[in-house]
Ligand binder design. Structure first.
Ligand SMILES: *Cc1c(COP(=O)(O)O)cnc(C)c1O
Length: 489
């Protein structure tokens, strides 16, 4: 006998009871007509649609329950490394819902869209100021698309100078989108070795820099959460060989208001508005990954470019060397409103304090946990710390086990097994929006797990025990996904 499955475990289809419905309409005062006489035969169904038949209260309870199962920054601490899961201020939502923004039609005449254009123009200007870049395109819908736009502009730049360069250098510590977007742009990716702390191996870099290299793409601070201190030397080495330098700006939260990619010698960098600039992340909404460039790449910016002529804003489409259009209309405009709101509410000092507190919080966690977990590198970190569960692994407890156990203790798991160059990596990014109390609770949970691993790991291997869905067979879910609901026989 199986115990009855709890209601939260059921699909809305399984709650269905024939003849039940969620509405009541007054009796119709016009004659019924038969749809089969009104619609062409080929558009008629052979059998009725399989729709759940449920009452209004069934619908409300079902979706309210589902919403309560959702884990997010509005309910819990979310230390997912490299993702900057910071709190999204609600004023952003208020601004994005203003009728003039939310209901503006993207095909409205320019004269009727001046406010939206002004916002985009000023946001691009602010991002350029924050990054030390000359111009910014707001079109890309994610960091990955910002990367694609960036390398396409780099390709166009070299071609315009009569140079065909085929390779892009990327360190082995890179995020997977870096080689993916580079390959999509038609380049061959050459992987560079990193030093143990994630720094660029300068000897390996020098060896690879030649006339066939179009760009070097690196993350600063790097994916181990450390600032690459020889960055000036690196950008100069690249420029000496005509190589463009791309900064993956996913870790911008560490350097906001403190240093700028443009000043470090980068030619291109992208921003992840859904990370650094508090627009919703992941399932919460579409992303936005603006890309900033130095002036020599401006002719190749995606079209249209938002421009200001005298006191009027408009869209410039007449850019013969442009890489073209990347997104429908103007990109994910609602995200631009949210990021703009954030930047304007924080101001320059506020943005700098973001970076300072993000770095402080990460170092606090690092200090509290360094006795119980191995560190991936010595010294202080930037906005995130990467630990290794290699000590625990010797006791039979992996980074994955630790991540699962954290769910039982009320925390989202850190990033695991990234960066690839750290064995049993646990990448923890607290962000600046968490209090010391929350950081302490998280560290207490991590230390408790380290103790359990040493004494009795049974509960770790069973975890999670308190979540609606228990430990999943991750391979099966990827190999044989169940994408359709079927009535059980
Ligand atoms: C998140 C991230 C990306 C990709 O950004 P998306 O907006 O998810 O496409 C690239 N590099 C690093 C280091 C990241 O953390």
């Amino acid at each position: 006998m199986h115990a009855a499955r709890p209601a939260y475990d059921k699909l809305v289809f399984e709650l269905s009871s024939p003849g039940r419905f969620a509405y009541s309409l007054p009796e119709s005062d016009v004659p019924d007509s038969d749809p089969t006489t009104l619609l062409p035969k080929e558009h008629l169904r052979a059998s009725p649609a399989e729709l759940p038949e449920v009452s209004e209260v069934d619908v409300i309870r079902h979706y309210s329950r589902l919403s309560q199962m959702n884990y997010g920054v509005d309910t819990h601490f979310y230390p997912l490394g490299s993702c900057t899961m910071k709190y999204n201020p609600k004023i952003n939502e208020d601004m994005a819902r203003l009728q003039g923004f939310a209901r503006l039609h993207p095909l409205a005449p320019e004269a009727a869209s001046q406010g939206a254009f002004q916002l985009m123009h000023e946001l691009a200007r602010d991002l350029a100021e924050i990054s030390g870049m000359d111009e910014v395109s707001l079109q890309p819908a994610a960091g990955a698309q910002g990367e694609l736009a960036g390398v396409l502009m780099i390709r166009a730049y070299h071609l315009a100078r009569g140079e065909r360069r085929h390779k892009v250098l990327i360190p082995d510590s890179a995020h997977g989108t870096n080689p993916a977007s580079t390959a999509l742009a038609g380049f061959s990716v050459v992987e560079l070795k990193s030093e143990a702390n994630g720094d660029v191996d300068l000897v390996d870099l020098e060896r690879h820099l030649d006339e066939d290299v179009a760009a070097f793409m690196i993350t600063q601070p790097n994916t181990l959460g450390l600032f690459e201190s020889r960055i000036h030397q690196i950008t100069e080495m690249c420029h000496a060989k005509g190589v463009q330098v791309y900064m993956d700006g996913a870790n911008f939260n560490a350097i906001l208001g403190i240093t700028r990619p443009g000043d470090l010698g980068f030619d291109v960098c992208h921003f992840n508005l859904h990370k650094t600039f508090t627009t919703p992340h992941g399932g919460g909404g579409p992303g936005s990954g603006p890309v900033g460039i130095k002036a020599h790449l401006a002719p190749f910016l995606p079209t249209p470019v938002v421009v200001k002529r005298d006191d009027t804003y408009g869209l410039d489409w007449s850019r013969p060397q442009s890489i073209g259009k990347l997104q429908a209309f103007w990109g994910n405009f609602g995200m631009l409103v949210r990021a703009y709101t954030y930047i304007r509410t924080m101001g320059p000092d506020g943005l700098r304090s973001v970076a300072e507190n993000a770095v402080l919080n990460a170092n606090y966690i690092l200090k509290r946990l360094e006795g119980d977990y191995d560190r991936s590198a010595p010294g202080p970190c930037m906005h995130e710390c990467v630990l290794s569960a290699r000590r625990q692994k010797k006791l039979g407890v992996t980074a994955m086990d630790i991540a699962k156990r954290l769910l039982d203790l009320g925390f989202y798991a850190p990033s695991t097994y990234f960066p690839l160059i750290v064995e049993e990596a646990l990448m923890i990014e607290p962000t600046e929006t968490e209090s010391k109390e929350t950081l302490d609770q998280f560290c207490d949970a991590m230390i408790q797990i380290a103790r359990e691993a040493e004494t009795d790991a049974t509960v770790i291997h069973q975890a999670p025990l308190t979540t609606p869905v228990r430990r999943l067979d991750q391979t099966l879910a990827a190999r044989q996904p169940v994408l359709r609901w079927r009535q059980s026989p």
